[in-house]
Design a protein. Structure first.
Length: 79
């Protein structure tokens, strides 16, 4: 089933924002942990990965918006 470009764009932006927020929370948790185990390191790497993925997804959306056919479909969106 084909979804409208508006719905897809909204969902992608929400996923990107969620990844950025999750990454920030993981980074804060990693900084607050004082244990000498691998858990803070895992949280730090997971946070960096989530933030990086969120940025890549958001950049992908902006690049896709510059494609003329997608841009025309997004012009018909009602906000």
């Amino acid at each position: 089933m084909f979804k409208s470009a508006c719905d897809v764009m909204k969902k992608v932006v929400i996923v990107s924002a969620s990844l950025l927020l999750t990454g920030a929370i993981l980074e804060v948790l990693a900084q607050l942990m004082t244990t000498e185990s691998m858990v803070p390191i895992f949280f730090a790497y997971a946070g960096v990965f989530a933030i990086g993925t969120g940025i890549v997804v958001l950049l992908g959306v902006f690049v896709a918006m510059m494609i003329p056919s997608i841009s025309q479909k997004l012009d018909t969106c009602q906000h």
